[in-house]
Design a protein around this ligand. Structure first.
Ligand code: NAD
Ligand code: WQD
Length: 337
C-alpha cells in the first residue's frame, strides 16, 4: 500500500516506517520536526536499505498538504503527528488543542478531498482515565483524562468516529498504545527526548549513561505489589508491527476498529529498574519521591482483541525492552545530535 505517515520522523513513527518498508509498503513521511530530527529517517534508510521520501510539512498547512496528497495517491494515512508532553500540555493547553485537534481536522479534510478515506490514529491508554476495570479491554469506557494532552486523544477519537458514521466510506483504526519503550535492535533509532525526560525509560537510560545522578521514583504507597506504579510496557518494535497488522483492518473495510496495543503484563517501576540492571549490568540508583500529580496506580491491558482480529501479539519481553533501550542510549548518548 502507499502510506502517508504524519509525524513519521518521531520515535514511534520512525520505528513504524522500518516495519512498513520491510513489509513491502511505500511510505512517504511528513513532519514539522518540532520534536524530531530528520536524521532518524536517514537511519531508517540505513536499516531498510530503502530511501524514505520526506517532506517538512506541518499538518496544519492545508495548501502544502493538498499539494502533496494530490500528487501522491495514498491508500492510507497513519497519523502519528502530535504534541505529546503531558506536563507541557497543562501549561500550554491552547497550543496542544490547536496542534493536535486543528491539525487532525485539516489533515482529514485534505485526505477526503484527495480520496484517501483510510486512517490509523495514534491514540493512547490515557483515554481510559483511571480505568474502571483492570486488565483494560476495549469495551472499558473512556474516562476523565487528567491533562489536555489526554483530552486531545479522547476528542480526536470521537471526531474520527463521528466522521466515519457520517461517511461510511471511511475506515478508522484507533490504536491505543500503552507504554512504548525500547528501540530498534540495530541501535540506530530510538527515543530522543528534549530536555529532562518525563517518561520512565528514557530517564533510566540517562541515569545509566551518567547524564542524571539518580532516578526519582514517584510514590511507593500505591495499591500495587511493591507500592510503585504499574504499567503495561510494550517494545516499540512490537508496537510498530501492530500498525502493519492494522492495515489489514483497513483493507477488510473495518469501519471503526479500536485496538489496545499492549503486552497484557503489568510491571512496577521497581520491576523495570531491576530488569534494566540485570540485563545490562548497570546500577540505577534511585530514591523514593512523592507521587506525581495525575498518575494512577495501575494500568495494563487485555490485548486479546488485536490477536483475534488482526493477528497481532507482542513478541518482546521487558528484558528485551531494557536491553534495546540501553543499546540505543549508549551508542547515541546525545540522540541524533
Ligand atoms: P514524537 O514526538 O517522537 O513524534 C511525533 C512527531 O510528530 C514528531 O516528529 C513531531 O515533530 C511531529 N509533529 C508534531 N506536531 C506536528 C505538526 N503539527 N505537523 C507535523 N508534524 C508534527 O512522539 P511519539 O512518541 O513517536 O508519538 C507518536 C504518536 O503516538 C503521538 O501522536 C503520541 O501522542 C502518540 N502516543 C505516544 C505514546 C508514547 O508514550 N510515546 C503513547 C501513546 C500515544
Ligand atoms: C511510568 C511510571 C510514573 C518517570 C505517559 C503518559 C501517557 C502515555 C505514555 C502518551 C509511572 C513512574 C516515571 C520518573 C517514575 N503517553 N515514573 N519516575 O505516566 O504511564 O504514561 O506516557 O500517550 O499518556 O501519561 O508513563 O513513563 O511517565 O511513567 O517513577 O522519572 O513510572 O510515576 O508510575 P505514564 P511514564
Amino acid at each position: 500500500m502507499k502510506i502517508l505517515a504524519t509525524g513519521g520522523a518521531g520515535y514511534i513513527g520512525s520505528h513504524t516506517v522500518v516495519e512498513l518498508q520491510q513489509a513491502g509498503h511505500d511510505v512517504v513521511v511528513i513532519d514539522n520536526l518540532s520534536n524530531s530530527n530528520e536524521k532518524s529517517l536517514k537511519r531508517v534508510a540505513e536499516i531498510t536499505e530503502k530511501e524514505v521520501p520526506f517532506y517538512k510539512i506541518d499538518i496544519r498547512d492545508k495548501d502544502k498538504l493538498l499539494q502533496l496528497c494530490s500528487e501522491h495517491h495514498f491508500d492510507c494515512c497513519i497519523h502519528f503527528a502530535g504534541l505529546k508532553a503531558v506536563g507541557e500540555s497543562v501549561a500550554k493547553p491552547v497550543e496542544y488543542y490547536e496542534n493536535n485537534i486543528s491539525g487532525t481536522l485539516i489533515l482529514v479534510d485534505v485526505l477526503r478531498q484527495c480520496g484517501c478515506k483510510n486512517i490509523i490514529f495514534s491514540s493512547s491508554a490515557t483515554v481510559y482515565g483511571d480505568p474502571v476495570e483492570i486488565p483494560i479491554t476495549e469495551k472499558c469506557p473512556k474516562g476523565q483524562c487528567t491533562n489536555p494532552y489526554g483530552w486531545t486523544k479522547s476528542m480526536i477519537e470521537q471526531m474520527l468516529i463521528d466522521m466515519q458514521k457520517a461517511d461510511p466510506e471511511w475506515n478508522v483504526v484507533l490504536l491505543r498504545y500503552f507504554n512504548p519503550i525500547g528501540a530498534h535492535k540495530s541501535g540506530k533509532i530510538g527515543e530522543n527526548p528534549n530536555g529532562i525526560p518525563n517518561n520512565l525509560m528514557p530517564y533510566i537510560t540517562q541515569v545509566a549513561v551518567g547524564k542524571r545522578p539518580e532516578l526519582n521514583v514517584f510514590g511507593n504507597d500505591y495499591d500495587t505489589p511493591d507500592g510503585t506504579g504499574v504499567r503495561d510496557y510494550i517494545h516499540v518494535v512490537d508496537l510498530a508491527q501492530g500498525h502493519v497488522k492494522a492495515l489489514k483492518a483497513v483493507q477488510n473495510k473495518c469501519g471503526v476498529a479500536i485496538y489496545n496495543l499492549a503486552t497484557g503484563h503489568g510491571y512496577s517501576v521497581l520491576d523495570v529498574v531491576q530488569a534494566f540492571e540485570k540485563v545490562n549490568g548497570v546500577k540505577i540508583p534511585y530514591s523514593i519521591k512523592p507521587r506525581r500529580a495525575g498518575d494512577i496506580a495501575k494500568c495494563y491491558a487485555d490485548a486479546t482483541k488485536a490477536k483475534m482480529e488482526i493477528d497481532w501479539e507482542a513478541q518482546y519481553d521487558l528484558e528485551d525492552m531494557c536491553r534495546d533501550a540501553w543499546n540505543w542510549q549508549k551508542n547515541n548518548p546525545n540522540g541524533y545530535e
